[in-house]
Design a protein around this ligand. Structure first.
Ligand code: GLC
Length: 540
């Protein structure tokens, strides 16, 4: 069970309006109460923060807005005392334009060793005015930017699959491998339990950088299957992870690699978690599953089969810092999942909050009952929705700015957490500062408000997570319970617990067994499972 912390929005200790490492250390007891194994921290390294820290200018130091290396050491030791491990985010596909290596590359000549660390090419067309190929950035616009050479003339172009401030490294170059092996060891020596590897499917590009007419994020479209994308899933990538796995193996204790690999189909994603490569990878097929029992069952079954085939644990996730929170997605009244980077704003049709919360919490309870690894995103234990009314002038996501506002971006799921029932930023910051505004009404969702309420979402998560551990569900196995599966209900047994999710709009008669957990904590019905409710029953 891994809990994702997005540091800038978790807790601001020093009062500058941006969350920091000391803030995380200060609240570890709150997180430990959730009965999790590890925290995964999104980037806190030196960065100009043009993509929320995924634009790293120094991989081996802490950005002053988040604190110092000493603060990080304190965090590790405080976490260890509580039996929690710390996993950090490694961003190997690209760095920041402010990274010393990129600055040196800009100052050097075309063809130099400095430039060879990145992907520089001459342009096409007359005088090289056109980009080297037609690749598009994930955040909109071309994936190439032309530089001005030392002589003041327009010169070569460099590749950036994301923002122009995030130049891609050249993983065909041994020196890049050596640099990252040094970075891995730096953090392993400091005691981290492993790495979440950012865009782990993109590091190696196809020889010759051929044109690609498909989606920028590689998602399959007619005529352009993901498997053909020249910037994703290239065979050479796997040797990198074999090498990293062997480096982790040199260290004591359990150290893991978890890949953020947007790869489909699931059978192919399993290649990332073969025995000698990563330990886990995110399951984005599951995250994108619509509120539909047939489709959900298909994805769960396919996930278990794919991961079992390589002996890796299947993982499950519903929310993270890149997608609209699932309590909001499920309130949208249609089954289209939101794609990475597309938020909801004040001009859009507003989701049904109550329905989203009800479905979202039921979906969470279904997920927490599954065997394998579960990833939670900070604030989902409070039932937080996205901020769907955020005024546009607050938006910081490069996806918003690079598309002229066509895509609203991911700020809506990154809003600072509410800790207390009072104060201008609800306890997030000591002086009320907050880098993004919190929506109206979040006082009632704050941790303080929910802590003492036995029927709160927080109390439900605590109960479900501790029951999951007591009954060994993480290392259990799934058997679909056909006698309780209908057109609208999904049911499975994991160890000694029967879990039923009612995705329909009529009640379902449940067997007369002791109730361990139910997503509607206020329910008084002993035999009927309400629509959009999930229940855990003790099989005797
Ligand atoms: C990953 C991160 C996302 C970031 C992107 C570029 O998808 O999760 O937040 O913008 O990589 O590093």
């Amino acid at each position: 069970m891994i809990y994702q912390v997005y540091p800038r929005s978790f807790r601001d200790f020093n009062g500058d309006g941006i969350g920091d490492l000391q803030g995380i250390t200060a609240e570890l007891d709150q997180v430990a109460e959730l009965d999790i194994d590890a925290l995964w921290l999104s980037p806190f390294f030196c960065s100009p923060q043009l993509d929320g820290g995924y634009d790293v200018s120094d991989y081996c130091d802490v950005d002053p807005i988040f604190g110092t290396l000493a603060d990080f050491d304190d965090l590790i030791s405080s976490a260890t005392t509580r039996g929690l491990r710390i996993i950090i985010d490694l961003v190997p596909n690209h760095c920041s334009q402010e990274h010393r290596l990129f600055k040196r590359a800009l100052a050097a000549q075309p063809g130099s060793a400095e430039r060879e660390l990145f992907i520089f090419r001459d342009g096409t067309g007359e005088a090289g005015v056109l980009p080297p190929n037609n690749w598009q950035s994930h955040f909109g616009g071309p994936a190439w930017t032309r530089i001005v050479e030392a002589d003041g003339e327009p010169g070569q172009w460099y590749l950036h699959l994301f923002d122009s401030s995030q130049p891609d490294f050249n993983w065909d170059n041994r020196a890049v491998h050596e640099e990252f092996e040094r970075i891995l060891r730096f953090w392993l020596d400091r005691g981290v339990a492993g790495f979440r590897v950012d865009v782990a499917h993109a590091l190696v590009k196809a020889t010759g950088l051929p044109d690609w007419g498909g989606r920028a994020d590689g998602g399959s479209t007619p005529g352009f299957p993901f498997t053909d994308a020249p910037m994703f899933g290239q065979p050479g990538i796997h040797d990198i992870y074999r090498r990293w796995r062997s480096i982790l193996g040199e260290y004591d204790g359990e150290r893991i690699l978890c890949g953020e690999a947007s790869v489909d189909p699931l059978t192919r994603l399993a290649d990332w978690v073969r025995e000698d490569q990563m330990h886990q990878t995110f399951n984005f097929s599951y995250l994108a599953a619509p509120w539909d029992p047939t489709e959900l069952r298909r994805i769960v079954t396919a996930s278990l089969e794919a991961f079992d085939s390589v002996g890796a644990p299947t993982t499950w996730v519903l929310s993270n810092h890149d997608v609209v929170r699932h309590t909001t997605r499920f309130g949208q009244g249609h089954t289209e999942p939101h794609r990475n980077g597309d938020g909801i704003g004040p001009d859009d049709h507003q989701p049904d909050h109550d329905r989203g919360l009800r479905r979202g919490i039921a979906a969470s309870m279904f997920m927490v009952g599954l065997p394998g690894g579960v990833y939670l995103y900070q604030g989902e234990e409070l039932g937080l929705p996205d901020h769907t009314q955020m005024p546009h002038h607050f938006r910081q996501d490069p996806a918003y700015h690079r598309t002229g506002g066509n895509r609203l971006g991911r700020d809506g799921c990154r809003v600072p957490l509410p800790w207390t029932t009072e104060g201008p930023s609800l306890g997030y910051s000591p002086n009320g500062q907050s880098w993004l505004p919190q929506p109206e009404g979040w006082a009632a969702l704050s941790r303080e408000a929910q802590q003492s309420d036995p029927q709160s979402v927080l109390s439900l998560y605590k109960k479900a997570l501790s029951t999951r551990r007591q009954h060994g569900l993480g290392s259990g196995s799934l058997a679909w319970a056909e006698n309780h599966s209908t057109d609208t209900c999904l049911a499975f047994v994991n160890n000694d617990i029967l879990i039923i999710l009612n995705m329909g709009d009529t009640e379902y008669l449940i067997p007369d067994l002791p109730v361990l957990v139910r997503s509607d904590m206020a329910s008084t019905s002993s035999r009927m499972l309400a629509p959009e409710e999930c229940i855990w029953l003790q099989v005797v």
